[in-house]
Design a protein around this ligand. Structure first.
Ligand code: F6R
Length: 610
């Protein structure tokens, strides 16, 4: 959580920093702030709430200076408020600090510094870093002061630090939270993520654990925590600028929903060579000899990525016939999972920075398990920590609610499953070709669903005042019900639960009444009769039913109040299409309710705290 942006050069820092922060608000938007150095020393402006509040403040009271750091916050320690906003200043305003992460020993540091006469004004853990810098400062050596301070910190940090005595230097440091350095012409930047600097440069250094960068207008030097220089390769960003902008859509979420055909097409075409009966996993060592050593598979992830992981478990068990345990990462890390060199752990994460998933990967590796990361963000921590990486190549996902990454993660799971099944001889060429054909046609099928957006919107127009919603389904439909329900909760703030359709009568059916909306996902032909019975059960109790079914299923039209049909395809693939209906439905439910769709309350895109 939290976004950091810094600028050093010959232009005005303030505009560049707030531009960058506007691309990082997906990381948190509880408050925003900026600190620049000018002839008055360090000047700070900060404001509770979204970045626009800070911009208004800067309009009224601008700050000038060509070096500065900025921050957009997702609160952990201390409620959202002006005082708790970053940057935080040290005693005497010698240092200003922006921080993403959590300092675990901040209470001890605070006690030490309070005893030495330091006065704290905020409730944050970050303020202790600012004062600690002051405490360690000999009045001469900025770099050594930072190094000494880092030595005393426990926990996670990405830091941007300025010192009033060094108006030509920003020092950046990273441990367990992402940080990059953008390389410009006579100016350089620090940022939490690439979109913040994409308009200005495509050349970046991605900091590794325990690295520090000394950033000046015309140079960037990287060091390890011992102060030894580190040689780093420049990473060239290939994304188009357009990919990080809204491209004419009212919200990033809608734009990202509409990007799905292209993303799935790129993945399918690059991994499924037309004339071959194999998945091309390019450089991932997961061939027959690797797989023969594996006797247990875990899938670990959080939130939407976990739902993609559940589908992965479903496919691998059904097609490759290998038992898989899927766990939310926040549980996995505390339950002493059974791991050794014969375990494969598949970690799914859009951002590649989710703290729990990252911790799960570390634990797996410490037990010599093989880790395959299914990740979107290139060069992210999870991608670097894992033994093997499957990049889903969905481009930057800006809306907090994940949509395109989910479809790409599920497609990756189809591909990984087919690869394992073919390597292990668990799938015939005919079965492989059937799934391959359906993945080739998937982009067109998704387009067909997108063309029904107005039809889906009409259903949302009818039900957006619903107070209680159930999503039901069986098999893989149940798994995408969980994702549909999560989308509705997070952007429309509607109380919604996903239930295995057959489980409803074991308790939750007591909740069904006239006002209740039930979204019934029924794409699995072999399970359809049973799901239909469950639909009848809720109808008999006066619920409204919105069905999502495969073209030609007339029974659904008879039983449900509203139905949206998806194209006929392989039964493994249809849940992904049904989910696109759920995404559009959640979007228009939220739209009608006037919520902040791209930045729903209390959430952040990248959850870098446990
Ligand atoms: C929901 C959503 C979250 C994320 C979860 C994991 O729309 O976006 O549930 O899926 O926080 O994030 P990543 O995939 O970045 O590890």
């Amino acid at each position: 959580m939290c976004g950091i942006m810094g600028y050093i050069g010959h232009g005005e820092a303030s505009g560049c920093i707030t531009d960058g922060l506007s691309k990082l608000e997906y990381r948190g938007y509880d408050s925003a702030g900026i600190a620049v150095i000018n002839k008055r020393g360090i000047e700070v402006r900060k404001s509770k709430g979204e970045l626009k509040n800070l911009l208004e403040k800067l309009d009224r009271r601008p700050v000038t200076g060509s070096i500065g750091i900025g921050h957009t916050r997702w609160s952990t320690h201390g409620a959202p408020s002006d005082i708790n906003s970053h940057p935080h200043l040290s005693k005497d305003k010698t240092f200003a600090v922006v921080h993403n992460g959590i300092i675990e020993n901040y209470l001890e540091i605070k006690a030490l510094l309070t005893e030495k006469g330091y006065r704290f004004i905020s409730d944050t853990d970050t303020e202790c870093i600012a004062h600690l810098l002051h405490y360690n400062y000999d009045g001469e050596n900025f770099f050594e002061t930072v190094r000494k301070t880092l030595d005393m910190l426990e926990g996670a940090y990405a830091l941007g630090i300025i010192c009033k005595d060094f108006p030509d230097t920003i020092i950046a440091a990273k441990k367990d939270s992402p940080l990059i350095i953008g390389l410009g012409k006579d100016e350089n930047y620090i940022a939490s993520d690439i979109p913040a600097i994409l308009e200005r440069t495509r050349d970046v250094y991605i900091l590794d654990e325990y690295e520090l960068a000394v950033v000046k207008a015309d140079s960037v030097e990287i060091y390890d925590i011992n102060g030894d220089p580190v040689n780093k390769n420049v990473f060239k960003v290939e994304w188009s600028l357009d990919a990080a902008e809204k491209g004419g859509f009212e919200h990033f979420m809608l734009k990202e929903i509409y990007e799905q055909p292209r993303i799935v097409k790129d993945l399918a075409l690059s991994k499924l060579p037309p004339a071959e009966h194999r998945v091309n996993l390019e450089g991932i060592s997961l061939d027959k000899s690797d797989l023969e050593k594996i006797n247990r598979i875990y899938v670990v992830a959080c939130g939407t990525a976990y739902h993609a992981g559940l589908l992965g478990k479903y496919f691998i068990e059904k097609i490759a016939r290998i038992p898989v345990v899927a766990e939310v990462a926040s549980e996995f890390i505390y339950k002493d999972p059974i791991l050794d060199e014969s375990t494969l752990v598949i970690a799914v994460s859009q951002s590649g920075e989710t703290a729990d998933t990252k911790e799960a990967v570390k634990i797996a590796k410490s037990h010599n398990a093989k880790v395959l990361a299914v990740v979107n963000a290139i060069g992210s921590s999870i991608a670097r920590e894992a033994n093997e990486v499957f990049y889903i190549l969905a481009g930057p996902e800006i809306a907090v609610a994940s949509t395109k990454a989910f479809s790409a993660q599920v497609t990756a799971m189809y591909l990984i499953t087919c690869h394992i099944a073919m390597q292990m001889g668990k799938m015939s060429v005919l079965e492989f070709e059937e799934i391959k054909a359906s993945l080739y046609t998937l982009p067109d099928d998704i387009e067909d669903v997108l063309e029904k957006a107005e039809e889906i919107r009409a259903v949302a127009d009818k039900y957006y005042k619903a107070k209680n919603v159930f999503f039901i389904g069986r098999g893989a439909d149940y798994l995408v019900s969980m994702e549909g329900s999560l989308k509705l909760k997070e952007i429309a703030y509607i109380n919604s639960e996903a239930y295995a359709a057959g489980e409803l009568k074991h308790g939750p059916i007591a909740m069904i009444e006239e006002e209740t909306l039930v979204v019934a996902i029924a794409t699995q032909q072999e399970l359809f009769r049973n799901t239909l019975s469950n639909i009848k059960e809720v109808k008999a109790r006066s619920a409204k039913v919105f069905g999502i079914a495969v073209d030609g299923n007339k029974d659904m039209a008879q039983e449900c109040d509203d139905v949206v049909y998806i194209p006929v395809t392989h039964p493994m693939v249809s849940p992904l299409l049904a989910n696109i209906v759920s995404q559009i439905f959640a979007y228009y439910m939220a739209y009608n309710l006037g919520t902040n769709i791209d930045k729903p309350r209390n959430l952040a895109k990248s959850v870098t705290v446990q």
